[in-house]
Ligand binder design. Structure first.
Ligand code: AHR
Length: 504
């Protein structure tokens, strides 16, 4: 089987916003406790943060981490997590039916972000709270001093403001599972009022309003239109979330979900354009895809606690999906979609980062390791920075419920002009055939292939465990060739690859 790709230097989509490689950490399960924070762990630093986890996070070059939720934020009092630890209250977390000790709050999280070289994206609680909480939290986090909340921050040990720029106006407010769930008009008005107040403090904040929780919500896509009609002039991004599942064990259909993702993005982009014209607005709103990942492996196991039959445990194992090789392909396809839609998707967060539906897993007192999906995320984040190319890909197709013509070969291309490098991320969705793929480089002087990474595995369900941490891992590829302005690469069945070409 054959496929061809044209990569022309003049046909570009957009500069990729680095923030498309962001991540998310919620007070949920063992993400924070036993994830990033475990004071008794042999690798813990003076603040009780695990060094082994920090090392794995640093390698990913994560531009920012969204915090503290998620569903958790909709009943969270951020004030519970400040001041001396011994005075912090234990609260019931209604979202996940657990207890929250508040041993980690904004100070500890901010210090951890500095350790792993990342920034914070914060969410305010628009579920059980509203404008007042948002303005106070903002003042605590970003005001230099001389006011009640900023002086309290200084008293609590942090002199300089954190100057957080990215703020989410609540989380998934369209979902009936959300504490303080609202309809689109109610939420739109509250979000607009909150945004106005926050901008009175600092007009340069970047504000993210909640879009739909997923493309199957009954209120989608009217939700986006109504919410934007209330908030268009006051916000910068609208958030989308999507989780991918292979519940009926049908790999071709599972991998075809990337088409549904593309349609979701296109529909919301069209809704943004509609509201923009209706408002005769000069400004743009873009998409913050601030929760995405594969999520289904752990659903059954989690039922007892989520149904409230497990009491109110502190940091139980929840949403601990063990990712397999098939998920590598899915994550590669999702990231390819974001690169191709970099004209409108400016922010995105893999959900989440540690233990909870995450690329990094830990054992209490034991090792931390990279799950299978760590690798496509790593390659995209580290090497997928630059300008997205408008590739023309011709490939044999197959049919799924999401599209009549799903290409077996899915490719994204990134031109990093500063480094003089072209990077291609390729996924072969064909279950049984190798696809010989030829990439015609037009206007580029390809000199040599400087890196070629391949992920394949005979068992789609293979996973990495603490005992077998490298069962699914990339290996150096062979046989990618440059000749006469053409890059040729062989894609084995069900494979993920990255090829990097140095330009002259
Ligand atoms: O990431 C897990 C949960 O998924 C988040 O808390 C919520 O926003 C979404 O439903």
């Amino acid at each position: 089987m054959k496929a061809s790709v044209v990569a022309n230097k003049d046909y570009t989509i957009s500069k990729i916003d680095d923030r498309v490689y962001g991540a998310f950490l919620e007070h949920l399960g063992r993400a924070i406790y036993e994830g990033i924070y475990e004071p008794d762990h042999p690798t813990a630093d003076k603040d009780g943060m695990r060094g082994d986890v920090a090392d794995l996070v640093k390698k990913l070059d994560v531009p920012f981490v969204r915090y503290p939720g998620g569903n958790f934020v909709s009943a969270y009092n951020w004030e519970d997590g400040i001041g001396p630890r011994e005075n912090r209250p234990t609260r019931l977390d209604l979202a996940w039916h657990t207890s929250e000790s508040n041993a980690v709050g904004i100070h500890e999280f901010a210090d951890w972000c500095a350790t792993v070289n990342t920034e914070m994206m914060l969410a305010v609680n628009l579920g059980s709270r509203g404008v007042d909480e948002a303005r106070n939290f903002l003042e605590y986090v970003n005001h230099p001093g001389g006011s009640y909340w900023s002086d309290l921050r200084i008293k609590n040990g942090r002199k300089e403001p954190w100057n957080v720029k990215l703020w989410c106006l609540g989380n998934e407010m369209d979902g009936p599972w959300q504490v303080g769930h609202k309809d689109a008009d109610e939420y739109g008005k509250l979000a607009a009022n909150t945004a106005r107040a926050m901008r009175m403090f600092d007009k340069n904040l970047e504000l993210i309003v909640c879009g739909s929780s997923n493309a199957d919500m009954p209120s989608y896509p009217d939700w986006e239109r109504i919410v934007l009609e209330h908030t268009y002039e006051h916000v910068d991004h609208i958030s989308l979330h999507m989780y991918f599942a292979n519940r009926d064990d049908n790999t071709p259909n599972f991998l075809g979900l990337a088409e549904k993702l593309d349609t979701y993005i296109e529909t919301v982009a069209a809704t943004i354009r509609q509201v923009k014209s209706k408002k005769r607005s000069k400004k743009d709103v873009t998409i913050s895809f601030d929760e995405w990942n594969v999520w289904y492996h752990s659903n059954k196991k989690d039922r007892e606690i989520l149904d409230g039959n497990g009491g109110w445990p502190h940091a139980p194992g929840l949403l601990e999906d063990m990712y397999n090789f098939e998920d590598v392909l899915m994550v590669g396809l999702i990231l390819n979609t974001f690169i191709r839609r970099s004209d409108v998707v400016k922010i995105a967060c893999i959900a989440q980062l540690v233990n909870v539906i995450a690329p990094i897993m830990t054992e209490k007192g034991g090792p931390a390791w990279a799950q299978t999906i760590y690798y496509p995320y790593y390659f995209a984040s580290v090497y997928g920075r630059g300008t997205a190319l408008q590739l023309v890909t011709t490939s044999p197709t197959y049919e799924t419920p999401h599209s009549a013509e799903t290409k077996f070969v899915d490719v994204s291309g990134v031109h990093n002009e500063d480094e003089g490098v072209l990077t291609f991320f390729l996924v072969n969705r064909n279950p049984s055939e190798t696809v010989e793929t030829s990439v015609s480089l037009q206007g580029f002087n390809g000199v040599e292939v400087i890196d070629h990474q391949v992920m394949t595995h005979p068992n789609l369900k293979a996973i990495n465990t603490s005992a077998k941490q490298n069962e699914v891992a990339p290996r150096k590829g062979e046989g990618a060739k440059l000749a006469n302005g053409n890059l040729s690469v062989s894609l084995p069945p069900y494979s993920y690859q990255m090829v990097r070409v140095r330009l002259g």
